[in-house]
Ligand binder design. Sequence first.
Ligand code: GAF
Length: 402
Amino acid sequence: MPAPSTAELVARAKALFAASFPGETPTIAVAAPGRINIIGEHVDYSGGFVFPMAIERETVIVGQPLVGGASSPVAIVATDSDAVSADTRIVEFSLTGLARGQPKWANYVKGVIANFNFPAGAPVSFRAAICSSVPLGAGLSSSAALEVATYTFLEALTNNGKARDESTFVEKAKACQKAEHDFANVPCGIMDQFISALGHKDHALLIDCKDNTARQIPLTNHNVQILVTDTHVKHSLDGSEYATRRAQCETALAAIQAQFAGVPFLGVATMDQLNAVKDKIDPVVYRRAHHAIAECKRTLDAADAFTANNYELAGKLMVESHNSLRDDYEVSCPELDTLVKLAMECKGVYGARMTGGGFGGCTVTLLETSAVDSVIAHLKQGYPKAESFSTGPAAGARVVSL
Ligand code: GAF
């Protein structure tokens, strides 16, 4: 099924708004995309390099300021998500003293409000309706899309309908990341919020997470595509496993720092430095750090390979990344491994790997456009639950037409 266009999502959100708030009309519409990561996995929280792109699946919010009424400012927010039980699809909450609670989906909205730097005179009460084409729980950052869309909505609400200047994107990504930490209890890095805020159409983004600088890398060769394939599995250990991986990277970094001055992040450490402390750390911690250090180099090499249209090399690096995530970082799962193996059996495929946090979710396959249909069929034959779509690099968060 092709994804709905932004205009179609806005129309759906307007219909939801009209049904939820009879007689009212939205004055603001914003959109923010989900993402895939092409390469550079589990290194953002280690100050490493990541190479994500925004996808043609996004979250739209339409709304209006709410004037008068309650003495303390409030938000009334509606969603039409099937994943939310019908009786919790509209929530009202105070904009002051925000705390995590039920329903869970509203925590992403609350978390962003709590971390939004309201200009003097604000906060302002509002009504909003949310619709999304980002699959939930598929590792495509539906949560970052909701956070960044919420932030962009608040920008427009408090800035005469306009988003803030793009130069403020790091502040935006950090506020949304903090929302995820504090209100969803996920100790994520900054990649997902960063790309949702700063994605550009036809570009992937090389982000240097040690200082949050980024370079847009054009991906405009229409003979080559990225296919996203959902395993439709999500293993339940991911929350605690994610935090464990972070802690293991910090342990490795501490060992390196004890021996070498001037290594602020694991992502800037060298393999020689890691090998010099190998005897002082647990073998599992060593393997985690080995992945992180090798992955940063692969990511820089892959960004160069894409720039040079060298898809053979880019694909080879993607497969190496997957193998390292499977064997050293241990965040893959049999279903992801199966999809990667099946993809690599096909003619016209350059490379494939898991994308995002792992333990389920999606793979990404770099392939020739002419091979898309046959590869989708092969994946489906070998793994019947597979559901695929191809996507070009999409635009990041923005105010859109109503
Ligand atoms: C999740 C996190 F949210 C990101 O910050 C990143 O660490 C990713 O997993 C793994 O690369 O999407």
